[in-house]
Design a protein around this ligand. Structure first.
Ligand SMILES: Cc1ncc(COP(=O)(O)O)c(C=O)c1O
Length: 366
């Protein structure tokens, strides 16, 4: 039997607005970072209620640039949760610092505040809390501890674009919030990232850092390069798509919340199957709906027989060959990540699709 494909996620690009914007880029014959990128940054900054937004090539590079602009580098330690896409740790490494992995809170899969506190040493310069799947990390306490130790807080909000925690947009809690516009995010520009901040001094450092140390863009000829910088500029081609995608954020996040509520309501009675909490009433947007489930891999395989795609959670970073460490230091990520699963969450899925998934999950367990 042919079952309709129900993807875990798929991007949608190519709206009329995106196409019109791209035509404008062609008409202007200017594809590099320019006016449209500035417009994209301004719209995001205004929508999130921050002073500055700065576009860059990826979420990974947004985190890298933020750390670098805060002067973090060789010999410094940066605390990172063990449960995240490995990009978070890699961004720290790219900055020349050492990522220090810490365990997670099993209730949220976000960084454990306690483990963060215990990992602080004389070399610690920053912490990068990750808002896993749009669920806010324990920001008040993390900020309090960081302030007490003079640490920088850079939020990895790659999965939390327009998601709120306790009524405040994630990415705007600290000095630097970093977003990703890769394909599996609420809006995509193919690749891309953005840093948001209210700190003008920090913003003024970021700009030349992503543009070869130039405070003012010139011709690439006799420009002044006052500091060391690199090329992490965005392009107007991407901004053309990004501006069009932004128009769709409201309807996309509304659907993502509805999908979450439907799963939560229909699946909460199954023993051994627990959808993680996210406070939708306070503005939380589940990037993808996740659950802690018994017999995870069997369930995943079972759903695939019906053309339903889930995504298994990341393996703990400490188990990757890139950053190997013993399990003993990470009892929670070691125990819980192998049971965690993202359910089909694409923002174009219909109620009928979600009910189909629900029916098969119930059949599997009950
Ligand atoms: C939690 C997290 N951090 C960082 C990143 C890196 O973003 P990018 O792929 O845009 O570099 C991603 C997404 O890919 C992510 O999910």
């Amino acid at each position: 039997m042919d079952y309709k494909k129900i993807p875990w996620w798929e991007p949608r690009i190519g709206s009329k607005q995106e196409r019109d914007n791209i035509e404008k880029v062609f008409a202007d014959n200017y594809a590099n970072e320019g006016k449209l990128t500035t417009q994209f940054e301004d719209v995001v900054a205004k929508a999130l209620g921050v002073k500055h937004a700065i576009a860059t090539t990826s979420g990974t590079n947004a985190i890298f640039l933020a750390l670098k602009a805060f002067g973090i580098g060789h010999g410094d330690e940066v605390i990172v949760p063990d449960a995240t896409f490995i990009a978070t740790a890699n961004a720290v490494t790219l900055a020349g610092a050492n990522p220090v992995l810490v365990d997670i809170d099993p209730a949220t899969l976000n960084i454990s505040t306690d483990a963060f506190k215990k990992a602080i040493t004389g070399k610690t310069k920053a912490v990068v809390p990750v808002h896993v799947t749009g669920r806010g990390a324990d920001m008040e306490n993390i900020l309090g501890i960081a302030m007490g130790h003079g640490l920088v807080v850079v939020e990895d909000a790659a999965e939390a674009f327009f998601s709120k925690y306790k009524g405040k947009y994630l990415g705007t809690w600290s000095d630097a919030g970093c977003f990703s516009f890769s394909a599996a995010k609420t809006i995509t520009t193919g690749q891309g990232g953005m840093i948001v901040t209210d700190n003008t001094n920090f913003y003024e450092k970021l700009k030349p850092l992503k543009d070869q140390g130039r405070p003012i863009r010139g011709t690439g000829g006799d420009d002044a390069h006052n500091t060391i910088g690199f090329n992490f500029k965005y392009t107007d081609l991407q901004a053309a798509i990004g501006l069009g995608q932004l128009d769709l954020v409201g309807e996309r996040t509304a659907r993502m919340k509805r999908t979450y509520s439907m799963y939560k309501e229909a699946l909460s009675d199954i023993p051994g199957f627990k959808i993680f909490d996210i406070d939708i009433a306070q503005g939380g947007v589940p990037q993808w709906v996740d659950a802690l489930v018994d017999r995870r891999d069997e369930l995943d395989k079972f759903l695939k027989e019906f053309n339903i795609d889930c995504r298994r959670y990341w393996n703990p970073i400490h188990q990757q060959k890139a950053y190997p460490l013993p399990d003993d230091n990470f009892p929670n990520s070691t125990k819980y990540l192998p049971k965690a699963l993202w359910l089909p969450s694409a923002f174009f899925l219909t109620d009928e699709d979600i009910n189909t998934v629900i029916g098969h999950i119930r059949d599997f367990y009950l």
